[in-house]
Write a protein that binds this ligand. Structure first.
Ligand code: NAG
Ligand code: NAG
Ligand code: NAG
Length: 230
């Protein structure tokens, strides 16, 4: 099943769990590399057909070629857009993030204090890195100023705060699969990655946070965490 199709099935199940007396929380979509809001019209329609009245928005910033903007710059810009929306939504919101957008969302959820994102859904996002060569790990840790900082592979003073902020989510849904064709290894979308022998180690056996704290915080995949390989 393609990741997008899977997401539609999954959303249907997820959203059915919301009791009918409860209003649907707004859904905010963060697009990926070379995407923009127009690419999510069908998904928006699908959500609104399934759950009439849901406020669905795709953040309209760093679209298409601008998605090549350095990631921390994008996080800064998207942060004010997202915060403004969250500040208007007392009931909180769900975040659906595509590919590179998932990595950006992971950063947003870390740097925004007291955010009220309920469910974080990441679709085919290289959350543990991409094009990973375990033998180039030293270079990655030294040169990459994004994921190693967010994932706590390099130490810094903001880490405890970022972790606390991230863990305010109530539910995390990770979707990825071998058909993705872009992320290497594809298990990175489920927080898995290579070890030194180039074997893939799944999230719960990873040595570095966030795998560590996510697994401790959400011990049961059936409750607060859903992981799907499709
Ligand atoms: C959206 O749906 C229409 C009709 O089902 C289809 O023709 C179109 O290709 C879809 N667009 C995208 C971006 O998937
Ligand atoms: C949202 O609310 C927080 C807390 O009141 C405030 O610090 C922040 O500046 C607000 N952000 C925006 C973009 O309105
Ligand atoms: C959706 O929410 C935004 C606030 O984030 C609001 O400005 C907009 O009017 C809402 N749209 C609908 C259709 O309710």
């Amino acid at each position: 099943m393609s990741p997008l199709l899977f997401l539609q099935v999954f959303l249907q199940v997820l959203l059915l769990l919301v009791s009918s007396s409860e209003a649907y929380k707004p859904v905010i979509i963060v697009h990926g590399l070379f995407d923009g809001p127009d690419d999510f019209i069908n998904l928006t329609d699908f959500i609104q057909e399934t759950h009439p009245g849901t406020n669905v928005t795709t953040l309209d910033m760093y679209d298409y070629w601008k998605s090549l903007t350095p990631l921390w710059t994008q996080v800064e810009g998207l942060r004010s857009l997202l915060e403004a929306k969250l500040n208007q939504s007392e009931e909180g919101a769900h975040l659906i993030c595509f590919s590179q957008g998932g990595v950006i969302c992971r950063a947003l959820l870390s740097v925004i204090p007291n955010h009220n994102i309920h469910t974080f859904i990441a679709l085919s996002s290289p959350l543990a890195g991409q094009f990973g060569d375990p033998h180039n790990r030293d270079l990655y840790l030294e040169k990459d100023d994004f994921l190693p900082l967010i994932n706590g592979e390099t130490q810094h003073k903001d880490l405890p705060e970022w972790k606390k902020n991230f863990l305010q989510i109530k539910k995390m849904v990770l979707i990825g699969g071998p058909d993705d064709g872009v992320i290497t290894p594809w298990q990175s979308s489920l927080f898995g990655f290579y070890n030194k022998k180039r074997e893939v180690v799944e999230m719960k056996n990873q040595e570095v946070s966030p795998a560590l704290y996510i697994c401790v915080f959400f011990p049961s995949p059936s409750s607060a965490m859903a992981i799907a390989a499709c």
